[in-house]
Write a protein that binds this ligand. Structure first.
Ligand SMILES: O=P(O)(O)OC[C@H]1O[C@H](O[C@H]2O[C@H](CO)[C@@H](O)[C@H](O)[C@H]2O)[C@H](O)[C@@H](O)[C@@H]1O
Length: 261
């Protein structure tokens, strides 16, 4: 795939910095969106590019995802030394000493309330189902064929969740999530930036929650929106499978800079 000229120019500047932090969203970015959430896997070309990029000196790979940390480990099979933020930033893996997510008493009760609220809505609509997550839950409507009906189910869930104390809403694609820990992908990327002190940051994502990640990028960073929709990202490619070409180009440009140094 030929990259858009503006993206190519940005990558030429980005790829030659000494240390790089490459942050990746999972669903709809590294993996295609699929009806059965448990069967999502990295597109093979993306997986290969991520593994290769992880071997390049000065590059740190991080996943920043709405998936629970454990699910992210299982489905994404990230490179061994990748840093992981799951549950929209509420859970993190920065190495073996990383503290696990612990909800306090109020948050535990709020999570229970979120899940029972979502289960009550889902029970009324065939095809809707609830994903139980460590920091809350999500109602999925992708299996409902009629998309307008699916959106109406999400509206019903949104109204019901408005009555639940401590529920922070996350919008997504054919999904509505509520988490009881206040965190965003923007905060996750800022924490990763503080932790790794890179010269520049790359972030690729496709969804509404990724916009908070794009919003914290700075001059010299590269934000890549996958697919359609309004975005704060500076650059865009049409499909998740296009990510591989972008990552390979970073590897190539870095190798060229090394060989001419
Ligand atoms: O931040 P991400 O890594 O993009 O995760 C966001 C949510 O992704 C998952 O749901 C989405 O992908 C599913 C599988 O392709 C799809 O069936 C669903 O319609 C999408 O909304 C996941 O299930 C959630 O837990 C993540 O928060």
């Amino acid at each position: 795939m030929a990259l858009p000229p503006d993206l190519e120019a940005a990558l030429k500047d980005f790829a030659v910095r000494e240390s790089l932090l490459v942050c990746l969203d999972f669903d709809g970015c590294v993996a295609e969106l699929v009806a059965d959430a448990a069967s999502a896997r990295p597109i093979p070309g993306n997986a290969e590019a991520i593994e290769r990029l992880a071997q390049v000196d000065g590059v740190t790979i991080a996943y920043v995802s709405g998936r629970p940390l454990q699910t992210l480990h299982e489905l994404a099979s990230p490179p061994a030394d990748a840093l992981l933020f799951g549950s929209h930033g509420a859970e993190r893996w920065m190495g073996p000493d990383s503290p696990g997510l612990e909800l306090d008493t109020a948050q535990t009760a709020e999570r229970r309330e979120v899940l029972s609220t979502l289960e009550s809505v889902a029970a009324e609509h065939e095809g809707a189902w609830v994903e139980h997550k460590p920091a809350g839950g999500a109602i999925h409507v992708r299996p409902i064929e009629d998309e307008v009906y699916g959106e109406a189910v999400l509206d019903e869930a949104r109204s019901a969740l408005a009555m639940v104390d401590g529920a922070h809403i996350k919008e997504g694609k054919q999904i509505l999530e509520a988490v009881v820990v206040k965190s965003t992908k923007g905060e996750a990327i800022e924490e990763l930036r503080d932790w790794t002190s890179p010269d520049a940051v790359f972030f690729a994502g496709d969804d509404v929650t990724d916009e908070q990640g794009f919003a914290v990028l700075r001059a010299g960073d590269v934000g890549l929106k996958i697919g359609q929709g309004e975005t704060k990202a500076g650059f865009r490619v049409p499909e998740p499978s296009d990510l591989a070409a972008v990552l390979h180009r970073i590897i190539e440009l870095r190798a060229q800079a090394d060989s001419s140094a």
